[in-house]
Design a protein around this ligand. Structure first.
Ligand code: NAD
Length: 688
């Protein structure tokens, strides 16, 4: 049987909406009616008084929210964790609460990070378990402090809807391992964390309407729950659990974003004996250094967004701003996440933005592969950026850099080495880097300038096409002059749009060192050589040819009869076109198969793993990859290309181009235009 608990209230004599610090206050500035608030509060006090002992904190001028005493502290036995407000407007309340609590015999402590009292920290009654909210007001690292101060387990729950800016607006824990809650106020991992601890039969979810009427913000005293409004459904459901709901309209306080629970602070929360070993703080934190164009380059924003979306929290501890525009700045960041595992995953993601762990250097965590083709669960997943792994006190630069691979370390090799390996190629016993520890990524956050100005991660509009063509032509000439490598990835649209002869000319003139495509490009190029049509359409006249629909099949059939494209060329059957020029120039024409393919041509690689390998081989050492109207093959190639290789993607669809140009690499450029027109312009520009 619970004894009559003491609660702290503060008369709303200074209440009003004098600032806007939550969505409830928006539009109500200056509208709070103090008399109405006083009357509601008096009824509230009179109703709860038979169920508890009310202690009073005197109102203070200029502090309209002091009546929301729940935010002032979290009391646990003799100890009171004084609230630390995230919002400046309420900070003056802290000293008043400190004075009152100290004066009434509590040992007052305070977290270093914002924690808005019981607003964001609620005990599961009768259990050494604290639900702790963060994400809007309280900060995640404060939860770790709470665990240390109180010796109880804390489960961090991230609030994602500004209207439910405190935990006590979306969660009401009840004895017997039960609770009332509004799940959409939380992110997915938080919902799972609640579900992992509270049996489904013991979780009562309220509807949006109920939640917005502050159904979760009830003050439970014994078996009575006082709240602003209760739907009949809720009343019945709670009745079945043995609770009586008492409705007390608190409309004036709702304007400020508070209701019953906000108005009362529990003063008697029985402390749990400290366990012999303190509970492990669930919240994990680390320090990162981030160097780059933090402000103008938007880097800090992007990193903050990424952390927030992943349920972590970020605090800038130090900021060393560059004196000049062109110089990079450095920020030291304190990164926290609700569990060590999520911290590792998040830190690993931030490495891709060029962040570096600032903690004392620790070697990479290496976990052996057990089953062939399967990585250890927490594998570090690679990016396009050059990556180093710290092994045996040395940074090893990973070989074969590409994205979506894992890092395998051969520690026993002389010298030891690290490489990017695809999941499917893993062999038992290989050591795979797990987590972000001991991993360093050299992401270039700088924007390219000067001569490579066009090679920027942006999508060009039609009117920029000519300029891009000019600059691309110049680049192709330079690559050819130094015997570099340009790889073309092309789809059949190149042929349909009349671009075939121009691409053929580029190959003939030595500007292309490999062509990567699918079955269709070759089929339609050959169809054009045999019949002058592409998919049965006469390219010269732009009209369909009678019986032309079978032309591409006939082309396939002829090549199959001959044995292959190279044979057809050597027999003089094919005398021009893209395939012809590839054979003549002796450059790889790699055709990757797909489920759409007719035929296929003998050269088409229908084993996709083999095709991926052949593509990867063909782009090795490439200086520039020109991607022409093939979403499938362009994206496939982009995924295996490391940073440092210039990518030019030409497609009529902005979405495709954006995806390719969006790799975050400074060398990617997208051109939204018709590929036939583009190749025509490029060939003319090069022929000048
Ligand atoms: P895809 O959908 O991957 O890419 C086509 C791209 O071309 C799209 O991104 C589209 O926006 C773009 N595009 C369309 N018109 C354009 C224009 N005028 N200018 C610039 N861009 C334009 O398709 P895909 O690469 O053509 O083919 C996918 C797979 O299907 C390939 O493996 C291909 O070989 C196969 N395929 C086979 C056959 C065949 O064997 N007969 C026929 C067609 C496709």
């Amino acid at each position: 049987m619970e004894t009559r608990p003491r609660v702290l209230l503060c008369p709303p004599d200074q209440f009003g909406i004098e600032y806007v610090i939550n969505p409830w206050m928006v539009g109500h500035l200056g509208h709070g009616r103090r008399d109405a608030a006083r009357a509601e509060w008096a009824r509230f006090r009179a109703a709860i008084e038979p169920h508890c002992e009310v202690l009073l904190l005197g109102p203070a001028p200029g502090l309209p929210d002091l009546c929301f005493t729940a935010n002032l502290a979290l009391v646990h036995g003799e100890q009171a964790v004084l609230g630390r407000f995230a919002v400046a407007e309420r900070r003056p309340e802290e000293s008043i609460a400190r004075e009152w609590l100290t004066g009434h015999g509590w040992h007052v402590v305070q977290t270093d990070e914002p924690l808005e009292g019981e607003g964001d920290a609620l005990f599961q009654p009768g259990e050494p378990l604290l639900w702790a909210g963060y994400g809007i007001r309280s900060a995640l690292p404060a939860h770790a402090e709470l665990v240390e101060l109180l010796g109880v387990e804390a489960v961090s729950l991230r609030l994602t809807d500004e209207r439910f800016y405190h935990l006590d607006m979306a969660l009401l824990p009840l004895p017997g391992g039960r609770l009332v809650w509004y799940p959409p106020a939380f992110d997915e991992p938080s919902r799972l964390a609640v579900a992992a601890r509270i049996d489904e039969r013991h979780r009562l979810a309220v509807t949006a309407d109920e939640a917005l009427a502050f159904a979760c913000n009830g003050l439970r005293l014994g078996t009575t729950i006082f709240c602003h409004q209760a739907s009949p459904r809720l009343r019945d459901a709670l009745g079945e659990w043995g609770y009586a709901l008492v409705e007390l309209p608190l409309d004036e306080f709702l304007l400020a974003g508070g209701a019953a629970k906000c108005l009362a602070l529990f003063l008697d929360q029985t402390p749990f004996p400290r366990p012999a070993a303190p509970p492990a703080p669930a919240v994990a934190a680390t320090r990162l250094r981030l160097t780059g164009h933090l402000l103008d380059g938007d880097l800090l924003n992007r990193v903050t967004d990424e952390v927030t979306a992943a349920g972590g929290s970020l605090r800038v501890e130090a900021l060393d701003l560059a004196a000049r525009h062109a110089e990079p700045s450095t920020a030291t960041l304190h990164l926290a996440a609700p569990s060590p595992r999520r911290l590792e995953a998040l830190a690993a993601r931030l490495l891709a933005h060029g962040a570096e762990l600032a903690e004392p250097l620790e070697p990479a965590r290496l976990v052996p592969v057990v089953a062939p083709g399967v990585a250890p669960e927490e594998f570090y997943s690679t990016t396009i950026w050059p990556t180093d792994v710290l092994v045996g006190g040395r940074w090893l630069r990973a070989r074969d850099q590409r994205m979506d691979a894992v890092l395998v370390v051969e520690a026993e090799a002389v010298p030891p080495l690290a490489r990017c390996v695809l999941l499917r190629d893993l062999r038992p016993g290989q050591l795979v880097v797990c987590g972000a520890r001991g991993v360093r990524v050299h992401a270039t956050t700088r924007r390219a300038t000067g001569e490579f100005a066009f090679m920027r991660s942006e999508v060009s509009s039609e009117r920029r096409v000519e300029r891009v063509v000019d600059e691309l032509a110049w680049e192709l000439q330079r690559i050819r002059a130094r015997s570099g490598r340009t790889v073309v990835v092309a789809g059949p649209v190149v042929v349909h749009t009349g671009g075939g002869p121009y691409l053929a000319r580029l190959i003939r003139d030595g500007y292309v060192q490999a062509v990567l495509a699918g079955n269709a490009l070759a089929v339609h190029d050959l169809e054009q050589q045999f019949f002058g049509t592409s998919l049965g359409v006469d390219l010269a006249r732009g009209v369909g040819v009678h019986g032309g629909h079978r032309n591409h099949l006939t082309a396939i059939n002829r090549i199959r009869a001959t044995g292959g494209i190279a044979e057809a060329v050597s027999q003089g059957m094919v005398t021009a076109g893209i395939c012809y020029e590839c054979v003549r120039a002796g450059i790889p024409l790699v055709l990757a198969g797909s489920i759409r393919d007719d035929g296929p041509l003998p050269e088409t690689l229908m084993d996709l793993v083999e095709a991926q390998r052949a593509y990867a081989e063909a782009i090795r050492g490439a200086d520039l990859i020109l991607m022409l109207a093939s979403m499938l093959h362009a994206i496939g190639t982009g995924n295996m290309t490391p940073a440092g290789v210039k990518l030019v993607a030409v497609d009529i669809s902005p979405a495709v181009v954006t995806k390719l140009a969006d790799r975050g690499s400074v060398e990617s450029v997208g051109v939204v235009t018709d590929v036939g027109l583009f190749l025509n312009l490029l060939a003319r520009r090069l022929g000048r």
